[in-house]
Design a protein around this ligand. Structure first.
Ligand code: CMC
Length: 388
């Protein structure tokens, strides 16, 4: 007693020094490697953002081409890993399958346990960034009992993922609620922006888990699998799936008041999903970008108007309610992703895997930074003992 500071949830403890991502929660500011998120989301692609996070600067046209080609080549999975999916029940949540498959992936790349230089670190990072969308799409297709679609070397990162989700085996026709439609450029752009907005977020719960696992010397892909598991919870990345589930449960605009009252009731554990953030106490800049994108997409692709109406009502009431205002509870990124992903024909169970695809670059960049920091130590917090 008296020897340690007590900080449950680490609300005021810096666990590392980092030069990857900067957040000013009061001003609602987010930068990757010094570049504002607004600029990255509107003027650059997700792959450029990945390159930026890994290398500290945006790529030249030539470097981007080489990076893009390498990611396309590394998207394929070992046939042995493919069989793993058969072990899962049809109704397995894709997050469970994804986390297990990434752990299994570690066993195919023993060499990443002992990396000696920057080139080896980057090869390891490129491999996991490239393979995660394939694993996620396979997990989804297994859950539907439909054949896997292999990555297509002719397709760029985000279009490739949408194709692996929606295409018929071997064909260019795509499954969709409105018949067989090609994937539109506007859909690719929207998903690419969502990936960019998720790419990193400094020491959030899952990144802290990745760094803690890194600190024990475990394989980097096992650290990523642990990050995936941590992200699944609804207080973190699982919130995007819960937002849509909650809007569906509310069911109609005239029931919104009842649920707002539940969220405010101190004796009711019900929380408004997609509201609040540990660091942003003014607004979440990622949510602002997505709200704007959502408004633009209204015209271009069919956003589910029924759920949109309920979401808009929730937002309107919450933003003018004293309970939410006094606690600085604003819509966060997850409040808007669900509506957009639904319009892209991505089912609820795949919302958190989409978050995983975007965040993998952040996790692996933080893993590398941890490994290269001479001050890194094994994570080993103390406790205040209160037992006998
Ligand atoms: N609905 C109703 N009340 C809430 C909510 C909410 N969504 N969020 C926080 N509160 C209340 C909470 O009850 C507490 O009230 P009081 O002071 O009267 O006890 C106060 O606001 C502070 O909450 P807290 O739990 O101490 O805040 P935190 O910083 O520990 O938690 C949070 C942050 C994101 C876990 C929380 O706001 C929450 O559970 N939100 C809903 C889930 C969600 O949308 N998560 C996604 C976060 S953003 C993306 C990501 O990280 O993946």
């Amino acid at each position: 007693t008296g020897l340690f500071s007590y900080d449950p949830g680490y609300t005021s403890t810096a666990s590392c020094r980092s030069n990857i991502t900067f957040i000013n929660g009061k001003k609602g500011e987010l930068r990757y490697r010094g570049i504002p998120i607004e600029e990255l989301a509107t003027e650059h692609t997700y792959l450029e953002t990945c390159y930026l996070l890994l290398n500290g600067e945006l790529p030249s046209a030539q470097k981007l081409l080489a990076f893009d080609l390498e990611i396309r080549h590394r998207a394929f999975l070992h046939e042995g890993l493919r069989h793993l999916f058969n072990a899962f029940p049809d109704n397995a949540h894709p997050m469970a399958t994804l986390s297990a498959a990434v752990t299994a992936l570690a066993s195919f790349y023993d060499e990443h346990l002992n990396m000696e230089n920057g080139t080896e670190y980057l090869e390891m990072a490129h491999r996991i960034i490239a393979k995660i969308p394939t694993i996620a799409a396979f997990a989804y297709r297994h859950s539907l009992g439909i054949p896997f679609i292999q990555p297509d070397i002719d397709l760029a990162f985000t279009r490739n993922f949408l194709t692996m989700m929606r295409a018929y085996p071997g064909g260019k026709m795509h499954l969709g609620t409105e018949g067989h439609d090609e994937i539109k450029e506007v859909e690719v752009r929207a998903l690419d922006t969502i990936f960019t907005l998720h790419a990193d977020h400094e020491q959030n719960a899952s990144t802290t888990v990745v760094r803690n696992v890194a600190s024990t010397g475990a394989h980097p892909y096992v650290a990523i699998a642990s990050g995936i598991s941590a992200l699944w919870g609804r207080a973190h990345g699982g919130a995007n799936e819960s937002v849509i589930a909650q809007l569906e449960m509310i069911g109609s605009v005239d029931r919104v008041d009842t649920f707002i009252a539940k969220a405010k009731d101190p004796d009711d554990p019900f929380r408004l999903m997609g509201f609040g953030h540990r660091v942003y106490k003014n607004f979440d800049p990622r949510a602002r970008i997505l709200k704007k994108l959502q408004d633009e997409l209204k015209e271009e692709i069919g956003l589910n108007s029924h759920l949109m109406e309920i979401a808009e009502k929730v937002e309107e009431i919450a933003l003018s309610d004293e309970y939410f205002i006094s606690r600085n509870l604003y819509p966060n990124i997850d409040f808007y992703t669900g509506i957009i992903l639904t319009a892209l024909q991505i089912p609820k169970s795949m919302f958190t895997p989409v978050f995983v695809i975007g965040r993998t670059v952040g996790w692996i960049t933080q893993w590398i930074e941890f490994k290269q920091d001479p001050q890194s130590k094994i994570a080993r917090p103390r406790q205040l003992y209160s037992g006998q």
